[in-house]
Design a protein around this ligand. Structure first.
Ligand code: PMV
Length: 293
């Protein structure tokens, strides 16, 4: 059986969400597809190659997903194959998507009857198994799909489309979060108001998205990016990308932890994405032949 799950973007509120402020996150129409087939052994195949259980290597999320699934449903062995539209390690939620799609495919192949809530709970455990920490946001969005205002988990819808530019630089989310915390501790009188301003942008941003008001979203992108720059998570390369996009009359901001990773833009991007994509689902094709990727 084949299942798929979406990647995600943080549209507003990265970093400030760590301090209890609002964030706006959305599932995107880039998906990860996983095929699971009962077998005598565990075999995992992706663009990284083929392995058995590989808990500490390239297939860590898939390996932990199989192990967590086998705690609720007997798995003798299984062949898992992955095809993903989501660029890895770029802040677009590829790890959560592969985890959730694996659980969805196992659920279908072994007729386990798990609902979305149970798939999310397992995916949340897998995130902690592999990363040690994690807010659970990525597995949540990938499982349920759609667009959400956090922390209250209010669902909303937007028809707006965006584009993504990968800066080509990599960063570690935990390290970026630590740097912001240090800055806040050293300059609370400066940084706390910045986090409050990000909060206000996220609240206005959700409303503007809901109204499909691209002009307002565009203004808020510019403000948010300036504030992200103020808390030290932009880079010279990201600043150059943002300047290029703005010169062409569009807006851009970091999406995710920054220090590299992806920039979300209202135009001029490399990859077009629409928001509010569907969460985990079983695909009705049984082999890759009819998949469009
Ligand atoms: O690395 P990403 O794209 O999942 O974004 C992390 C978002 C932060 O707000 C920086 C951290 C967090 O846990 O919310």
């Amino acid at each position: 059986m084949i299942a798929s799950a979406p990647g995600k973007v943080i549209v507003f509120g990265e970093h400030s969400v760590v301090y209890g402020k609002h964030a706006v996150v959305s599932a995107i129409d880039l998906r990860c597809y996983v095929k699971a087939e009962k077998s005598g052994e565990v075999r995992i195949t992706s663009s990284f190659g083929t392995t058995g259980y590989d808990f500490a290597g390239k297939h860590a999320y898939i390996s932990h997903a199989i192990r967590r699934f086998s705690e609720v449903c007997e798995v003798g062995g299984v062949e898992v194959e992955v095809r993903s539209d989501i660029p890895p390690a770029s802040g677009l939620g590829s790890s959560a998507a592969v985890t959730v799609a694996t659980l969805g495919a196992l659920n279908a192949e072994f007729n386990a009857g798990l609902g979305r809530e149970e798939i999310f709970e397992l995916a949340r455990k897998v995130e902690l198994d592999v990363q040690g920490i994690g807010s659970g946001t990525d597995p949540f969005v990938s499982t349920f799909g759609g667009s959400w205002v956090l922390p209250e988990k209010r669902r909303f819808h937007t028809d707006l489309e965006f584009e993504v530019i990968d800066s080509g630089e990599t960063s570690v989310t935990a390290e970026m979060v630590r740097r912001v915390r240090e800055l806040r501790d050293a300059y609370p009188d400066v940084i706390l108001p910045v986090l409050d301003a990000m909060d206000a942008i996220a609240v206005r941003g959700a409303e503007a998205l809901e109204r499909n008001d691209i002009a307002e979203v565009s203004r808020l992108f510019r403000m948010n990016q300036s504030l992200l720059r103020a808390i030290g998570v932009s880079t010279p390369e990201i600043d150059r990308i943002v300047a290029r996009v703005e010169e062409a009359g569009y807006s851009a901001k970091i999406t995710g932890a920054g220090g590299g990773g992806c920039v979300l833009t209202t135009g001029m991007g490399e990859m077009r994405i629409s928001l509010s994509a569907e969460g985990v689902r079983v695909e009705d094709f049984e082999d890759w032949g009819s998949a469009d990727n």
